[in-house]
Design a protein around this ligand. Structure first.
Ligand code: GRF
Length: 217
């Protein structure tokens, strides 16, 4: 570890799929735009492209499959205990859900209180859950976007850190709108991590304040 590493926030990133948000984080850290480093990547799905992206940067990557921990409940404690074991053993300080397709349970949140963030492809609280971009199109909204928030036990309902918006065009399909929203995601997720790493994010109940100077706690 070089001396600069001690000043970097240690990240653990949970993924399920292609991992373009993970890539944005890895690139931001590597370029020095985010004072953080990805210590470990965990996928709940074997074969996820995100695992190759981690490997390409020399970041340790693990597959932990929930089904190996029984059939029920959805937020399985034994499965999450294994996640916590891996995250803790890599010194993770902030857990980033980047296209992670499972609900998070108490086991993970108790181990990392207000230290788990997620990105969602809508302007929350509109269109939580699956298929957010199609939900937005079907509803007929004129503005869509993405949200980074602190995870709690609700579905996409935790305190909001940053949002980014784009116009919905008349001829948009779910694919074209998803593509524009994805560009926003790649900007605001690294930006949220950057603010947290700089100690500029303060949670007050439901509200998140972005400070101009770091918080000393
Ligand atoms: C993103 O749209 C994210 O908001 C959603 O799943 C997608 C993941 O994309 N939760 P990627 O795996 O980061 O490319």
């Amino acid at each position: 570890m070089d001396s600069r590493d001690a000043d970097l926030l240690s990240l653990g990133v949970l993924v399920s799929g292609r991992g373009t948000n993970l890539q944005a984080i890895l690139d931001g850290c590597e370029a020095g735009r985010i004072p953080a480093q990805v210590k470990v990547v965990i996928s709940n799905r074997p074969g996820a492209l995100a695992l190759d992206r981690a490997a390409a940067k020399g970041v340790p990557a693990f597959v932990v499959e929930p089904r190996q921990y029984g059939k029920w409940p959805a937020r399985k404690p034994a499965y999450e205990r294994r996640l916590v074991e891996i995250l803790s053993s890599h010194g993770v300080e902030l857990v980033v859900l980047a296209g992670y397709d499972r609900l998070v349970g108490e086991t993970l949140l108790q181990a990392f209180p207000m230290k788990v963030i997620n990105i969602h492809p809508s302007l929350l609280p509109a269109f939580p859950g699956l298929g957010a971009q199609k939900q937005a199109l079907d509803y007929g909204v004129k503005v869509a976007g993405a949200t980074v928030f602190f995870v709690d036990l609700s579905v996409d309902g935790g305190p909001i850190i940053i949002q980014g918006a784009c116009e919905v065009c008349q001829d948009d399909t779910a694919e074209s709108l998803s593509g524009r929203i994805l560009e926003i995601e790649h900007r605001i997720l690294p930006e949220a991590i950057n603010l947290i790493a700089q100690g500029r994010v303060k949670v007050k109940g439901r509200k998140v304040e972005i400070l101009t100077a770091p918080v000393k706690d």
